[in-house]
Ligand binder design. Sequence first.
Ligand SMILES: NC(=O)c1ccc[n+]([C@@H]2O[C@H](COP(=O)([O-])OP(=O)(O)OC[C@H]3O[C@@H](n4cnc5c(N)ncnc54)[C@H](OP(=O)(O)O)[C@@H]3O)[C@@H](O)[C@H]2O)c1
Length: 295
Amino acid sequence: MIIEKKKLKNGFELPLFGFGTWSMGGRDKKDPLNDDKADIAAIRTAIEIGITHIDTAAWYAEGHCEEIVGDAIKNYDRTEIILTTKVPPMELHYKDIICSAKKSLKRLGTDYIDIYVIHNPNPYIDIRESMEAFDYLLDKKLIKYIGLSNFNVKQFDEAQNSTDNPIVCNHLHYNLKHRGPLSDGSIEYAQKNDVLIVAWRPTQKGFFGLNDIEILNKLSEKYEKTPIQLAINWLISQKNVVTISKSRNIKHLKENLGAIGWEMEKSDIALLQNNFPDTVNTVENITLAKLIQPE
Ligand SMILES: NC(=O)c1ccc[n+]([C@@H]2O[C@H](COP(=O)([O-])OP(=O)(O)OC[C@H]3O[C@@H](n4cnc5c(N)ncnc54)[C@H](OP(=O)(O)O)[C@@H]3O)[C@@H](O)[C@H]2O)c1
C-alpha cells in the first residue's frame, strides 16, 4: 500500500502514518529477555506493507532499540526509509549532541538520519547551544532535518529563533482523548508556521478499541470502521498532523492502517472534536523525571 504524505511549503514531507518502536528491545533499559527477532520481524512486516517512516530514539532500551531498527532495515533501499531518531534531553550540550548522533548512526547502521529530534526540552541547557550542534550535523550531512518533541509553543519558537534552518516537526502526545496540543496552541502554531505535528500514541495504547465509547460506536456503524480507525482518522484529518503508532501485532497494524484513505464528514469530525467524553486538555509538564526517563 502507498501511504499518502503531508508536505510542508518548505518541501519537507512525512507519510500520514509511521511506525513507532517504543518498548522494542526493552523500555528504559535493554531487556535481555526481549524477543528481538519478533521486533525485527514486526518492523520488516510494516515496511513490506508500505510503511516508510520509522520512529525510534537513543533512549529506547539504552540504544538497543536503534540497533533493532538498524537490523530490520539493513536489506532495504535506505533512500526508501525515513528514519527519525531522538537525542535524549540530558545530552543537549554541543559536543554531547554530536557524540550522541554519531552513536545513533552507528547503532542504526546508516550514514545519515532523516529527522533528528530533541526528545524533550531541557530547561537547564541553552537551546541556542543545542541548535548550533544541529546546524553542524546538517552541514556535515549527518542529518537531513531538525525536529523537536514535547516542546510547547514558546520553547519551539525559541528553538526556531536559534537556527536559520527550518525545524520541520514537533512530536506531541495527541489523540482523541489527549487534547493538550489543541488547548495550548501547538496545533495552530504548526499550521501557521509550516510545521508538521507528529502525533504520538494515536490509539492511546489501544484505549479507543478496548473501551465502550458511545460516540465511537455510533460512528463505527455509520462508516463501518473500528473505533481505533476513527480515532486515527480524526487525527490525520487535521491540517499539518501526521501520526506514528507502534504494534508488534500484525492484526493491530492492519487495523490501524485501515484508518487511511477515506474521510469522515466535516460534521462528524466536529462531533468527535467537541463531544468526545473525558478529554484531557492539559499538557504534561516536562519535569526532571522526564529528563531521565524515556518514553
Ligand atoms: N516523543 C515522545 O516523547 C514519545 C512518547 C511516546 C511514544 N513515542 C513514539 O510514538 C510511538 C507511538 O506511540 P505508542 O506506541 O504509545 O502509540 P500507540 O500505537 O497508541 O500504542 C501502542 C500500544 O498500543 C497497542 N496497539 C496498537 N494498535 C492497536 C490496536 N489497533 N488495537 C489494540 N491495541 C493496539 C500496541 O500493542 P501491540 O504491539 O500488541 O499491537 C502497543 O502496546 C512510539 O512507539 C514511539 O516511537 C514518542
